[in-house]
Structure formats: structure tokens, C-alpha cells
Design a protein. Structure first.
Length: 66
């Protein structure tokens, strides 16, 4: 089975690779432009929970020693 011919004429103007890259960068930006909110929230939650666990462990040890 063959594919049907393209409806575009063979000499139709197609954007260059540089033009396509520019369009993608304008539309999506780069990975450095993306928001980092979720990563910051995960790191903050880890820090808070780790600190709370450490405090709880210290309190438990001090209570056990009495």
C-alpha cells in the first residue's frame, strides 16, 4: 500500500530547522524557564518532616532517660 501524494506542491515554502527551533522556543521556552514550584514544595516538605522527626526523636530519648 502506498501513501497518497502530499497536497502541497513540492516547491512549497517549508520553514528551516532554525525557524522551527525558534518557534518552539517562543512557544515553550527552555527547561530553565519552567516553574520550579513543585520541586521547591517537595524539598520544603522533606526539610520540615525531617526536622519534626529529629525533634520527636530527641524528645523521645530525653523522656526515656527520665
Amino acid at each position: 500500500m502506498t501513501t497518497p501524494p502530499s497536497p502541497d506542491p513540492p516547491d512549497a515554502r517549508r520553514p528551516s530547522r532554525q525557524e522551527l527551533d525558534r518557534q518552539v522556543r517562543e512557544r515553550y521556552g527552555t527547561w530553565r524557564d519552567q516553574p520550579r514550584g513543585l520541586a521547591c514544595a517537595v524539598i520544603a516538605a522533606f526539610m520540615i518532616l525531617t526536622t519534626a522527626a529529629f525533634v520527636f526523636a530527641v524528645v523521645a530519648v530525653v523522656t526515656a532517660m527520665r
